[in-house]
Design a protein around this ligand. Structure first.
Ligand code: ADP
Ligand code: MG
Length: 310
């Protein structure tokens, strides 16, 4: 990619002997929203903190807007917006006072009312921060990250602890920011969030990128599935092969269920083979299902691999 807003090339980070990030690479184009998806401990926050300039790299190279964010922090920091995983506030300040405090050292900051509006707290401007809910604090944190109209925005689990309404409001804010040309790198363990927002994503697992690309690219070839109840008058051996694969048989509620995993463009062709066979054999397929792989399938497989190796 030419002139990416964010470049990560072979990044390694360790805490003592423990390698939290084990050589990852990805680029984020200007104006793109890239999601780092991963379970707890995958290395998301460590990666973000490195890009924010809080940590020197142990290996590899990172660039934000063409600069080393750690060594050239003063050049890039004013162009970044940062929402940490745990934002710290002065609990005794009101919402409006908090915004004013931040405006005091943000060049060309948005106005107070605009920022409070972005946080969705227009009717709570006089309330002390300690009285806000967890989700409201997150939204205030996001509004503060946007105060200086950043070119690059880092969001670490921006919607954790939010109810669905606050989450959707936050997604809308983030989409508006991207529409305005800001580059966004966010971490999340919510699949729905990545599916909703991300132009591209990477699944991070124990410090390594397992897979990356658009949602379509990430799920492609991960096993579309066709299943149905084995008809009572048939032996399992009488079931057809679909796209050259045999059925896996499982038992669900006392009924044998046949399922086939077919890859890529095989779903349509496999379904066609099955329906033609059923028609010729005059077989009725109860409980017939055909579905494409989802991001959830890919993600759960990654998490299951983690459980198996720990
Ligand atoms: N300051 C630290 N000292 C030691 N280990 C740490 C430290 N911060 C994080 N880790 C470990 O590094 C790994 C990655 O952590 P983190 O980047 O926070 O992951 P994520 O944000 O994906 O949950 C985890 O195993 C975590 O326990
Ligand atoms: Mg984290």
């Amino acid at each position: 990619m030419e002139n990416p807003a964010i470049r990560v090339d072979g990044l390694r980070q360790r805490y003592g002997d423990f390698e939290a990030v084990a050589g990852i690479s990805f680029d984020v184009a200007a104006g793109e929203l890239f999601a780092l998806l991963g379970t707890n401990g995958a290395g998301k926050t460590t990666t973000l903190e490195t890009l924010e300039g809080h940590r020197a790299v142990h290996g590899g190279t990172v660039r934000v807007l063409g600069h080393d964010p750690h060594r050239e922090r003063r050049k890039v920091r004013p162009r970044m917006g940062i929402m940490l995983q745990d934002g710290g506030f002065f609990a005794d300040l009101t919402v409006a006072e908090t915004v004013d405090h931040w405006r005091g050292f943000t060049p060309a900051a948005r106005g107070r009312d605009e920022a409070v509006g972005i946080a969705g707290l227009a009717d709570r401007a006089g309330v002390r921060v300690r009285q806000l809910s967890g989700g409201q604090k997150r939204r205030l944190d996001l509004a503060l990250a946007l105060l200086g109209r950043p070119e690059v925005l880092f969001l670490d689990e921006p919607t954790s602890g939010m109810d669905p309404e606050a989450r959707h409001a936050t997604w809308k804010t983030v989409r508006d920011v991207v529409a305005g040309g800001t580059t966004v790198l966010l971490t999340t363990h919510y699949l729905e969030e990545a599916e909703h927002l991300a132009d591209r994503l990477a699944i991070l697992h124990r410090g390594r990128i397992e897979t990356s690309g658009t949602v379509g690219e990430v799920v492609a070839g991960h096993g579309d599935r066709i299943s149905f109840q084995v008809p009572g008058n048939l032996q399992v051996t009488e079931l057809p092969e679909l796209r050259g694969t045999r059925a896996d048989i499982s038992v669900d509620g006392g009924r044998a269920v046949a399922s086939y995993t077919v890859n890529g463009a095989g779903l349509q062709a496999g379904l066609y083979e099955l329906l033609r066979w059923a028609d010729e054999e005059r077989v009725r397929l109860d409980g017939l299902q055909a579905r494409s792989a989802s991001l959830e399938d890919v993600f759960l497989r990654t998490a299951a691999a983690e459980g198996a190796t720990r």
